[in-house]
Design a protein around this ligand. Structure first.
Ligand code: EPU
Length: 418
């Protein structure tokens, strides 16, 4: 199993290019199941979750092709197996994104229920209930969700009890081929939802309001092929900006969309980091002297839960007390005991972590527990004295494209070893 060795203490400097968004690429690939025509996707990141989704598409009978660093093309001319098997779903919960497209395209789908994961229980009850409202018959058997709609789906007014990102995406993909109009209320407003709507629209779907909490979808009979470029990964960009700030460095991320990161950029500014944006670039500079600020995770446009762990690593280096509240997932503080082992002073009270800084961190052996927790340990390693060994790097490889290469080019002392 791969590990990272990190020697902290070097301020990062230079430019880091941002890859395409993992959480946009995943639903975009699932959307390819909605048409028998080829779909060509540019800027799909080369990360493990995307590879898992490619395997999933291939197992349904779709042809998936990518040459070198070129675009990824998918053609699901015929779906021979409308199924997401347990082996794939257990490694990636977002596999449930194929439920909506498969039942919309073929009238049936069999998708393994995802188990819990490191950050919480993560049920898909809201996806299932909404699909039932579109006319699908849903059964749960042997750990699988079986959905059937032999006569096709029909439009409905759906109100999500709570905001769900992949739930909104799954239902949008089901509704584009349903008869009549679907209205999704209390929909997720994440940029990844808008990006999916843009791809679906290019394929011939009729969608209005994506990016707001009410989405109107007028079903069509068929969708066609399309070409689309995935948006840049805002969480990857945010992670590198925090890397610049935590090391007292000077980092510019290129090819990012600053508006997607407003909540983080405001917090960095409050903490005393110099931030400027323009022309697809975001620049941070820090003297290393930081103030503690509070952060509460919320759905977009609030502070993203996917940056909470990384921001907490930063707050270990700020003067004062910072209250960090996690409202999206019930168990997303797995990085805390590891940060504490490195010398951080953090106490957890329910959904709140209380970080007292500034504490000097010292390198230690730590274990990555999930994707973003692992990123926070890498950030802590970049500022810790001595060597940090991060174990189970495969969690990072799920969502960051060549993270060590990008950090190394900015001056970090990080290497991967087996
Ligand atoms: N929820 C339910 N029932 C459902 C669906 C969700 O109770 O049917 C709950 C969840 O348990 C959670 C909350 O609603 O407490 C929000 O979950 P959501 O469905 O929005 O999360 P998701 O769609 O499974 C996506 C991202 C996550 C990101 C969250 C929140 C993808 C592939 N994944 O997950 O990304 O944390 O939205 O923004 O888009 C990551 O990239 O590291 C990651 C975990």
């Amino acid at each position: 199993m791969d590990k990272f060795s990190i020697r902290g203490g070097t301020p990062l400097k230079g430019e880091i290019a941002i890859s395409g968004s993992k959480n946009s690429g995943l639903p975009a690939l699932a959307a390819c199941l909605l048409t028998d025509q080829p779909v060509v996707l540019h800027r799909v990141p080369r990360v493990r979750d995307i590879r898992t989704m490619k395997s999933l598409l291939a197992s349904t009978g779709a042809k998936v092709d990518r040459r070198g660093s070129g675009p990824l093309s998918v053609q699901a001319e015929r779906i021979i197996r409308p199924e997401a098997p347990y082996d794939l779903v257990k490694t990636m919960r977002a596999s449930s994104l194929v439920l909506g497209p498969l039942v919309a395209r073929t009238g049936r789908a069999r998708v393994s229920l995802p188990g819990g994961c490191a950050i919480g229980a993560r049920p898909i009850n809201l996806h299932m209930r909404a699909l039932e409202q579109l006319g699908a018959r849903i059964r749960q058997e042997h750990g699988y969700v079986e959905a059937e709609a032999p006569e096709g789906l029909h439009g409905a007014a759906i109100h999500f009890d709570r905001i769900t990102v992949t739930g909104t995406e799954d239902l949008m993909m089901a509704a584009v081929l349903a008869k009549g109009e679907t209205i999704l209320e209390n929909a997720a407003r994440e940029p990844e939802v808008s990006d999916l709507a843009e791809l679906l629209t290019r394929m011939g779907a009729q969608i209005q309001g994506a990016g707001t909490s009410t989405i109107h979808i007028q079903g069509v009979d068929h969708l066609g092929g399309a070409e689309h470029t995935i948006i840049p990964d805002r969480i990857e960009a945010g992670t590198f900006l925090i890397a610049g700030a935590i090391t007292g460095g000077d980092i510019t991320v290129t090819g990012a969309i600053a508006e997607h990161l407003t909540a983080l950029l405001l917090k960095l500014g409050e903490a005393g980091v110099e931030v400027d944006t323009g022309g697809g670039r975001i620049h941070v500079r820090s003297s290393g002297s930081l103030r503690a600020v509070d952060a509460t995770t919320e759905e977009y446009p609030g502070f993203p839960t996917d940056l909470q762990a990384q921001f907490m690593a930063l707050m270990t280096q700020a003067e004062g007390i910072s209250f960090i509240t996690e409202t999206i997932f019930e168990n997303r503080f797995m990085h805390v005991p590891e940060l504490v082992r490195m010398g951080a002073n953090i106490r957890i009270e329910g959904r709140q972590a209380i970080v007292a800084g500034k504490r000097d961190l010292s390198g230690a052996g730590v274990i990555a527990s999930d994707l973003r927790a692992s990123a926070s340990l890498v950030l802590a390693g970049l500022v810790a004295k001595g060597e940090t060994i991060v174990d189970r790097v495969y969690h990072i490889d799920r969502g960051y494209e060549k993270i060590e290469g990008k950090l190394m080019r900015a001056g970090a002392q990080i290497r991967r070893f087996d």
